[in-house]
Design a binder for this molecule. Structure first.
Ligand SMILES: Nc1ncnc2c1ncn2[C@@H]1O[C@H](COP(=O)(O)OP(=O)(O)OP(=O)(O)O)[C@@H](O)[C@H]1O
Ligand SMILES: [Mg+2]
Length: 258
């Protein structure tokens, strides 16, 4: 892949730089990013395109040929011109309830699709928690048992559904979801638990509003979402994204362990 000189940086994180390059969105990963993860994200996007969910299509996965990122893996999707719900909410905080409502409507719509070819949520959670040796083994065992007893769902679960991953298109005013690295086939309530956890980390003053709106719009008792909080907190801890570790550990320990 060649990156043009006119590209502009959108965000720079520990393991990647995200650029707009003309009508393409480029995620350029650092050398530690396993190729399998990059191809998995691309395959997830291709599978999502097949469901009919609105997402920007995958264009290319290849190594960068020259310049600062020479040799790094990069993933290109079509750039959706617009603003994220996070940007809209930051500019217009008094309408947070409206933006969260839009996020929940989109989440419920995504959950209405089946995608049996995606990675399985239950397997992924078991793998993530099993590998997280910084969790006390007794607590970890109980979390693993909780995952073991999980019904197997086939619904599309984005896995990282937050305001910054929803783009409101300037062209058709529709909502588009990006960042499909963590999508699985699974249970909507587990996905809602993950979104609730992310709200608590990023928008703590609005987290309960999210859960209220999700519960009412989808007719889901909050207890069913709360049941999965220790599990998704452990999964998040295993991702080592650097999100408040003490906070995650407190949530893992909310469960009733012997
Ligand atoms: N197809 C796209 N069109 C327009 N903007 C996009 C697109 N994909 C991503 N973006 C913008 O780039 C930002 C970062 O992209 P993305 O969310 O995929 O990366 P990330 O949050 O760093 O990923 P991860 O959660 O996997 O670490 C998004 O919040 C959004 O503003
Ligand atoms: Mg993102």
């Amino acid at each position: 892949m060649r990156l043009s000189d006119s590209k502009s940086e959108i965000v720079r994180r520990g393991n990647k730089v995200v650029y707009r390059d003309g009508d393409r969105l480029l995620k350029v990963f650092n050398s530690e990013k396993p190729a399998a993860d990059v191809f998995n994200e691309a395959l997830n996007i291709a599978r999502i395109e097949n469901t009919g969910i609105r997402a920007s299509e995958i264009l290319e996965v290849s190594r960068v040929e020259e310049g600062e990122h020479k040799g790094s893996w990069a993933l290109a999707t079509r750039f959706v011109k617009g603003r994220t719900l996070a940007d809209l909410a930051a500019a217009d905080p008094k309408n947070m309830e409206l933006y969260i409502g839009q996020l929940v409507d989109l989440q419920a719509e995504v959950h209405s699709f089946d995608a049996p070819l995606l990675n399985r949520q239950k397997d992924k959670l078991a793998r993530m928690i099993g590998s997280c040796h910084s969790i006390d083994p007794t607590v970890r065992y109980d979390l693993e048992m909780r995952v073991d007893g999980m019904r197997s769902g086939m619904r599309v679960c984005h896995g990282d559904l937050i305001l910054s991953n929803v783009i409101v298109s300037d062209e058709d005013k529709q909502l588009y979801l990006c960042d499909w690295a963590h999508v699985t086939a699974g249970l909507p309530e587990v996905d809602a638990a993950m979104t609730y956890l992310l709200f608590n980390l990023e928008y703590p003053e609005h987290a309960d509003l999210y859960l209220d709106i999700y519960s009412h719009k989808t007719d889901t008792p909050k207890q069913i979402v709360n049941h999965w909080l220790p599990v998704v907190a452990a999964a998040e801890l295993s991702r080592k994204r650097g999100l408040s570790e003490d906070f995650l550990r407190n949530w893992i320990n909310v469960g009733d362990y012997d």
